[in-house]
Design a protein around this ligand. Structure first.
Ligand code: MF3
Ligand code: CO
Ligand code: CO
Length: 271
């Protein structure tokens, strides 16, 4: 197996899938406030996908050794690192939640993205964690260009996150994506410059750092087979975009009208 290089036609398919994935997050955004349950968020996501004519990549998703994933999307609240399963507990003021959406279009292309949402007024620490994680993702994205290496992305993210006193989760990473949910390569969110695979035009992968306020160690939560939490119970944040390597740099594919503003140090979503 190797990293697929997307053709112009493939890229058109990916652009659509990615925009639609982002529009699912736009659709649910106004509803995310104190009192909503993550199951209701899941239902809204499913409703939006049905209207789009996409299907969720996560419902029934079952990698080896896992039970089938039950949700149309993932909702990871507070110390949940990733893969949180939507449930009936209402969100309350001060919670932070990552909503991670992956859709499949009629043509079989996958778009994968996630955002953080702050529930009502949140602590300074929670706001800072989400903001630093967002900037870390963008610093990783800004490394993307032909000739750069995957290690450059991981290094940029790690240096920034650790420089702010946070830690980078090691066990989960970004991934190639296309007509499969998870393709090569693995995109680690830590590493050394100049190491690992060299980037080439036409590669498409996600950058999705999981950053913990405390220690980087994680553990499985309960016995649902999916939910991952921080071992020290500290808060965890994550943002995710799907990114294309262009001839001259990058194109962030998972953008839509409701995408959050770019960090001040980012001047373009396509370079
Ligand atoms: N969307 C997640 C990712 O970024 C994967 C979720 S798998 C699930 O790779 F089964 F938990 F939904
Ligand atoms: Co992903
Ligand atoms: Co995702």
């Amino acid at each position: 197996m190797s990293i697929t290089i997307k053709t112009a036609e493939d890229i058109a398919g990916m652009r659509l899938a990615c925009r639609l994935a982002s529009e699912v997050l736009d659709y649910i955004a106004p509803h995310i406030k104190p009192g909503i349950t993550t199951k209701e968020i899941d239902r809204l996501g499913a409703e939006c996908m049905a209207a789009q004519g996409t299907i969720s990549a996560t419902v029934g998703y079952q990698p080896p050794g896992y039970p089938p994933y039950p949700g149309s999307l993932c909702t990871s609240v507070n110390h949940v690192v990733c893969h949180g399963i939507p449930n009936d507990k209402p969100l309350k003021k001060g919670d932070i939640v990552n909503v991670d959406v992956t859709v499949i279009t009629k043509d079989g292309w996958y778009g994968d993205n996630s955002r953080m949402y702050l529930i009502g007024e949140c602590s300074i620490a929670a706001k800072r964690l989400s903001a630093i994680t967002y900037d870390a993702m963008w610093l990783g994205i800004q490394q993307v260009r032909p000739g750069a290496h995957l290690g450059d992305i991981g290094h940029a993210i790690q240096k920034f996150a650790e420089g702010h006193g946070f830690s980078v989760v090691r066990e989960f990473c970004g991934h190639g994506i296309g007509q499969k949910f998870h393709e090569e390569p693995q995109v680690l969110h830590y590493g050394r410059p100049g190491t690992l695979e060299e980037l080439k035009p036409g590669m498409v992968f996600t950058i999705e750092p999981m950053i913990n306020a405390g220690r980087r160690e994680i553990k499985e939560f309960g016995n649902d087979g999916w939910t991952i939490v921080t071992k020290d119970h500290s808060l965890s944040a994550q943002w995710e975009h799907t990114v294309l390597v262009t001839e001259t740099g990058y194109e962030v594919m998972t953008l839509s009208a409701g995408s959050p503003p770019l960090p001040p140090f980012v001047t373009a979503t396509t370079t």
